[in-house]
Design a protein around this ligand. Sequence first.
Ligand code: NAP
Length: 207
Amino acid sequence: MRIGIIGAGRIGATLARHFARIGHEVAISNSRGPETLEDLAARMGGSVQAMTPREAAEFGQVVVVSIPYGRYRELPAAQLRGKLVIDTVNYYPERDGHDSDLDGEATTSSEKIREYTGANLVKAFNAIYWDTLRDAVRPKGDPERLAIPVAGTDSEAKAVVSGLIRDIGFDPVDVGDLGEGGRKYQPGTNVYAVPLHADELSGLLHV
Ligand SMILES: NC(=O)c1ccc[n+]([C@@H]2O[C@H](COP(=O)([O-])OP(=O)(O)OC[C@H]3O[C@@H](n4cnc5c(N)ncnc54)[C@H](OP(=O)(O)O)[C@@H]3O)[C@@H](O)[C@H]2O)c1
């Protein structure tokens, strides 16, 4: 599969390495331009290329968005419209600036990004620290294998993302639709950044 990644920081670059390791073609991008990512891409091996965000969005059959929430209006919305997008984004007002819709809990960061891009959004990799994502890979059936909650409105898209999660070494747990489900593992919830096995996560989230 071709996977485009917008935001090649701690989470984006960790996912790029995992997806390349399991045989996908990956494009990474950031706000400063592909020339700032060429060394990183080269270190990740021949299946990872550096591109602009717009090019990475066009390249990917699946596109990961992994940037600070405060910058989501810089995303290439025209190229993301209708695409399967994995949203790793969390809202931290002290980093991102205040968004009154989110402060008032009228909606969620994922729903705002879906509204802006028109993408087929699946929320995943939001509730795991990047270094746990990097280091805690385990084979299927391993008692130490950790769970990753997944939320989205389109069950086919969630199935694709769940497959990627399994293939890189974690267990997906379907938490429901993008809004209601996604709220269950935002910053401040009881499962956020807590390493949990699938049965523990399902129990805590009542799913
Ligand atoms: N760190 C974690 O453990 C963790 C865990 C779960 C979820 N998250 C969430 O995932 C997202 C990414 O977190 P992170 O820790 O990986 O961030 P990070 O290390 O600070 O990296 C952010 C990346 O986004 C890029 N970026 C910023 N604005 C952009 C734009 N307009 N277009 C394209 N790229 C842009 C940055 O590139 P430039 O430097 O070129 O601007 C950088 O590559 C955040 O929303 C965060 O809250 C983080």
